[in-house]
Design a protein around this ligand. Structure first.
Ligand SMILES: *Cc1c(COP(=O)(O)O)cnc(C)c1O
Length: 216
């Protein structure tokens, strides 16, 4: 089942799009089935659950942390993740910098934007983005590599598309305006089970898929 689902998704998406399998809520056994099906980018949203899987699989997968991250838990992730997608404040960047320095490693992150302005979601609001971008040159142990957003909670495809178009526009603008050695824009992380087709049409190069991989 899992491998059939993965093969279907892979056949559908362009080569330049990285499939992150969101294994949150799923067992060690199911996670192993994902790895066996050839997907080595895994997404987790809770530090506790991540650590259990890390204990089992170590650095074999590339770990993506995609959930809201509390500052006091940062230290458990440092040195273990390929990419933290959910950086949503300067305070969090400060803590990632401090902990990365302590562990003598550089941590790659994405800035999560809350373009749909949904209260239920974390993420940087558009009016606060400039301030965050201005602070980035001072970080030596954090590398910002792109943007992440969660599509709006709606059935209206045009609303979803508008948000993805806006994220892409901001991504391109940063890429154009900010020097590569400050921010090397590499990943535009948008698209989940219900909206990844639209996200790819609008320029996503990293999709985060949970339900579609594990559905029977
Ligand atoms: C759970 C989750 C996903 C996967 O969502 P599905 O709808 O199951 O594909 C992707 N991104 C984030 C941030 C998530 O929390």
């Amino acid at each position: 089942m899992i491998s059939d689902n993965i093969n279907k998704i892979k056949a559908e998406i362009p080569n330049n799009v990285t499939l992150v399998a969101v294994t949150k809520y799923h067992s060690i056994e199911d996670t192993k089935a994902v790895l066996d099906a050839g997907v080595h980018d895994l997404g987790e949203s809770k530090v506790q659950d991540f650590l259990k899987k890390y204990e089992e699989f170590g650095n074999e997968p590339r770990w993506h942390f995609i959930g809201h991250l509390q500052k006091n838990k940062v230290k458990y992730l440092i040195g273990k993740t390929f990419l933290i997608h959910s950086v949503d404040s300067l305070e969090l960047l400060d803590v990632i910098e401090k902990e990365s320095k302590k562990q003598e490693t550089v941590t790659s992150v994405l800035l999560q934007l809350n373009l749909a302005r949904e209260d239920s979601k974390s993420g940087i609001l558009i009016e606060d983005l400039e301030e965050v971008l201005k602070a980035i040159p001072k970080y030596k142990y954090v590398k910002v590599k792109g943007l992440m957003a969660i599509g709006p909670l709606t059935q209206n495809n045009e609303e979803i598309r508008n948000i993805f178009v806006e994220l892409r526009r901001i991504y391109d603008k940063i890429k154009e305006k900010i020097l590569d050695d400050v921010i090397q824009m590499t990943y535009l992380s948008m698209g989940m089970t219900d909206d990844y087709t639209i996200a790819i049409e609008e320029g996503s190069n990293m999709i985060r898929i949970g339900r579609k991989i594990f559905s029977s």
